[in-house]
Design a binder for this molecule. Structure first.
Ligand SMILES: *[C@@H]1O[C@H](CO)[C@@H](O)[C@H](O)[C@H]1NC(C)=O
Length: 394
């Protein structure tokens, strides 16, 4: 008899949690709240540091140069240009002596000249994940890993999308794609780096931006890049939200798993869909040559690594010229699988097209790296190095 009130209490607690969750998902139907939850652009954790003082994040004096990218719809995006360590060392004295006034006009700065005036410079355009700024968390380690790595004269440009950090505006899918295109246009038109010296790199949400941007340039401008590297990406947002938890903690649609009907109802009402697998397939189909690297870690608990399988299959399928494409079985038997033991595995897909084009797709799945840290790991630097070396595998 004494147990009954405890059950009663438990029942009401559960009912309360259920009720609160219902209020929460219903609120998420609101577009503004949805965007706050997806982009988390107002959240950053570097309160005591300023992106305008990159030295606070461990960079050498004037190794990083903040600048602005202006979008055609009038937003001003805050961006960072990080110099390759090798180039920095060769120009150290001049970089240290450079006065603050010459930094005011970004195009007269030495860093800009070292990027734009050197016919050998190569550029990574980095699209980051949700929340924070270009200087958040592992992002600064990413630029360091890339600019100190084996690729000669590799510069990194990273940008804060609209509504993030010091950038103006507020984020949405269409806007983020405009921002990505504007950043690439800055590289092509202002810094005058040809697309065959540019690799687009995305992490998490940034993979969706990088894919949409690459698709735009191939479809609308007939322009192909040296490569596209997608780290911890996802197939599309409605599918992701079935399992995703904000920061690995706050679930979105996963508590509705026992109610598929309800889950679908909410998934259909996600306004920002980011259909990346579809865009990736279209990009691969429309490209003559493509170097695509899909990297994921098995201990990524925010975006399950199986999303990289979906992306790989969508891309491989799109190399097929046949009417009905390939079945999953055909893709699985034709891909070259390599078991790398404790470091994971890789799948490679290479085709020589009838028009002489080459489509190289590779999936690297490592065991360790989590969601955010993976992009700083050698597997990513190696992927980029291989793209620039023009090697097909390993
Ligand atoms: C490959 O693409 C075709 C359409 O071109 C589609 O019908 C087929 O289901 C796809 N295969 C896989 C495994 O997704």
């Amino acid at each position: 008899m004494a147990i009954a009130p405890i059950f009663k209490k438990a029942y009401w607690s559960l009912a309360l949690i259920g009720g609160l969750y219902f209020v929460y998902v219903t609120l998420l139907l609101n577009g503004w709240i949805q965007r706050q939850a997806l982009y988390v652009h107002n959240l950053h954790t570097a309160w005591w540091q300023s992106p305008n003082k990159p030295e606070q994040f461990g960079f050498l004096k004037n190794q990083v140069r903040p600048f602005t990218v202006v979008t055609p719809d009038g937003e001003e995006l805050y961006a960072w240009h990080t110099l390759p360590l090798s180039i920095y060392i060769e120009n150290e004295d001049a970089l240290i002596r450079e006065s603050a006034s010459s930094k005011e006009d970004p195009q007269s700065s030495l860093a800009f000249k070292l990027l734009a005036k050197d016919p050998e410079s190569r550029l990574i355009i980095n699209f980051h994940g949700n929340a924070g700024t270009v200087a958040q968390g592992w992002r600064t380690d990413t630029y360091r890993a890339l600019t100190s790595g084996p690729v000669y004269k590799l510069h990194v440009v990273a940008v804060d999308y609209r509504g993030f950090g010091y950038s103006t505006g507020s984020p949405n899918e269409k806007g983020l794609i405009i921002d990505g295109i504007a950043t690439v246009k800055w590289a092509l038109d202002v810094a005058k780096i040809p697309s065959e010296r540019i690799v687009l790199l995305g992490q998490s949400l940034g993979t969706a931006v990088a894919t949409a941007v690459a698709e735009h340039f191939v479809v609308k401008e007939g322009l192909e890049f040296k490569g596209l590297v997608l780290v911890a990406g996802f197939s599309d947002l409605p599918t992701l939200l079935m399992t995703y938890a904000i920061g690995g903690v706050i679930p979105i649609l996963s508590p509705l798993k026992p109610y598929p009907g309800l889950q679908k109802f909410f998934a259909k009402r996600i306004q920002e869909t980011w259909f990346s697998a579809t865009r990736l397939a279209n990009l691969v189909r429309k490209s003559k040559n493509i170097n695509l690297r899909i990297v994921h870690s098995q201990n990524d608990f925010e975006i399950l690594w199986t999303h990289s399988d979906t992306l790989f299959s969508a891309a491989a399928n799109a190399t097929s010229t046949g009417e009905q494409g390939l079945t999953q079985k055909q893709i699985d038997s034709l891909k070259i699988h390599q078991d790398l033991g404790e470091s994971g595995f890789s799948n490679t897909w290479m085709t020589m097209q009838e028009d002489g084009g080459r489509k190289n797709i590779r999936q690297d799945v490592v065991r360790y790296g989590g969601h955010n840290r993976l992009v700083t790991y050698p597997v990513v630097v190696k992927a980029i190095a291989n793209i620039f070396r023009g090697e097909d595998s390993n």
